[in-house]
Design a protein around this ligand. Structure first.
Ligand code: SF4
Length: 276
């Protein structure tokens, strides 16, 4: 066993609920949530969302607005709309061989699903944690494809699912952004930097308080809770941006979530067309 394999067996986050399924839809939902939300919040949101929409068929049969309601306060609700679009695509065409054909699924998510669900030997996805491990061990900034080949090499003989999750967990628990714990890292002998030279550009979250994002969050909250919201009663600039993003509709002077308006109730596809 290599040091990384041993570390993963002993310290990997094997208890995360979405690691106990190989269901493609369930893993897709988890990965989309995890892309911009912390693990602890996803841990409570993921089972609730799947209880409401356990299959692609259930999600596609609902309205976009229903998914946005179920998304709750996870943030970045465009993800809920993209999930609905992905479910709609799969119901119509089946799962594509190239998962990046699905709305909202990029190179990382496609690679992660191929690794986690299918355990494909060559599958890898480069998320922020894996990128950090690869760049620190190499001592250089890497493009996606460069990072992918470093990841394949670093984790040998691990492959597929175990390789992805071992590197992801190492980045999340040991090779952390602010304080890498190099003395307990299974890759320290192979690491060019050992935390001394950090080539990464640390991303700083923009302030939420007072931001446009906060204003959008408030209006979306209102739309989730209220039966009727008159257009004159809400922040029109925010409503316009939500309509542009396909997260709200204006019908007959009312603002609603997609597919939940007065003339679109019950239609799962009503969210696509906007009537202003
Ligand atoms: S030795 Fe330190 S910097 Fe290098 S991969 Fe391990 S934790 Fe990260």
């Amino acid at each position: 066993m290599t040091p990384l394999e041993r570390w993963y067996v002993e310290h990997g986050r094997h208890d995360l609920a979405w690691r106990h399924t190989r269901d493609r839809w369930s893993v897709l939902v988890a990965e989309v949530m995890l892309a911009q939300t912390q693990v602890a919040r996803v841990a409570s949101a993921w089972p609730e969302f799947l209880a409401r929409f356990p299959t692609v068929e259930a999600a596609a049969a609902a309205s976009v607005g229903d998914l946005i309601v179920a998304w709750g306060r996870l943030g970045y609700p465009r993800r809920a709309r993209r999930l609905w679009e992905a479910a709609d695509f799969v119901v119509a065409h089946g799962w594509p061989d190239d998962l990046t054909l699905l709305p909202g699924v990029g190179r990382y998510t496609a690679g992660a699903i191929r690794a986690e669900v299918d355990d494909e030997p060559d599958a890898i996805g480069i998320d922020v944690n894996i990128r950090r491990v690869c760049e620190r061990t190499e001592g250089a900034s890497l493009r996606d494809r460069e990072a992918e080949s470093v990841a394949l090499r670093l984790a040998r003989p691990l492959y597929g699912r175990d390789r992805l999750l071992a590197l992801m967990d190492l980045g999340a628990l040991v090779c952390t952004a602010r304080a890498p714990q190099c003395d307990r890292c299974p890759l320290r002998r192979r690491c060019a930097t050992r935390g001394e030279r950090d080539g990464e550009v640390r991303s700083r979250q923009p302030r939420y308080e007072g931001s446009f994002r906060q204003r959008r969050g408030r209006v979306l909250d209102l739309l989730r809770r209220a039966e009727r919201v008159e257009i004159g009663d809400v922040d029109i600039e925010v409503v316009q941006s939500l309509v542009d993003d396909g997260l709200a509709e204006i019908r007959e002077g009312l603002v609603t979530l997609p597919g939940r308006g007065p003339s679109s109730a019950g239609s799962s596809r009503a969210g696509r067309g906007l009537t202003r």
